[in-house]
Design a protein around this ligand. Sequence first.
Ligand code: SF4
Ligand code: SF4
Length: 342
Amino acid sequence: MEILKISLSDFLAHVNKKIQAGDSKQVGVVPKGSHFVFGELDEAAQLCLDYDVTILPPKKYFQPQREVLVKYAPKDASSYAMVNDCENLTLIGVHPYDLVAIHLMDRAFSEGERDENYMAKRDCSVLIGLYPTRGFEHRFSASMIDPQMPYKVADLMLIKLDDNQLALEVVSKKGKAYLEGAAVAKSDLSEAFLAQARNKVKDSQAFPLGPDKSPAYFKEKYEHPVWEKLGEKCYSCGSCVFVCPTCYCFDVRDEVELSLASGERVRYWDGCMIESFAICAGDHNFRKERGARFRHRVFRKTVTLPEKYQVMGCVGCGRCAQACTADIAGPMKVIKTMKEMN
Ligand code: SF4
Ligand code: SF4
């Protein structure tokens, strides 16, 4: 892998050139109050390369919260037209755990029935990763992700060396193309120095189980009272699944004008923590109890995905722990409560 160096001011100048060229939307992390979000950049000076976590993960660019899939005139069978809106997009400053989550989403949307809407958006994207420079009290990603996995989707990786210097790992042809015309120099930095710079920020907590042990551990706890105990406190608000970078469930609805002149088939984010999620024919809800929904969500991360992909289905971003008003959603909290109850 080619390693380059660039000054922060030259990198921002290059991003500005990309913004002005206008052939690809430049999206980066920007402050929002005391938090951070991914948002479109009007100028590179808005870009923040020193943040703890974003409120929502970058999945919103590949699986939008609301997405029109089909447009039609209900009375005209020949009018049905697939919609697949996508635009060239560069995401700048994606932390490694979010890159791993994108890799998991890519597998979910490409294996079996390929989701053309999601995959088209991914094909139009350039992903520029960034090693974190700031800790986050709820993060435990070092214990959840394989450090090589972010490179499966990243096109470039940024390593902040100090306030003025960045190292650039060129991972793909798209990454190399993104840097054309940038004031980069060959790196003379040793691998030992880079390894230290990548791991400057340490998590304050670690999940005690990997994908090899986690499924058996949790399956054995299927009837554990922790699910009911934590479920009793749950508001079924769905925040934990909406902010989760590895949750991708959706609902599809037909929205038809009263006049029947036109209609749209639209998909929206949905989530297993919401009471109506499991309502099926005959108004039967097959996961009615809050505890059962809570267990299902945790099992998706700790049993189902590890068994399917041999990696954890949680990347340890800590967003659910931050978003949960009841302070129960974080996987670390589940383990802790379970241990306290034993
Ligand atoms: S379960 Fe929570 S900590 Fe894990 S990836 Fe989802 S939001 Fe992040
Ligand atoms: S964020 Fe908390 S309260 Fe809301 S659904 Fe998730 S676990 Fe329940």
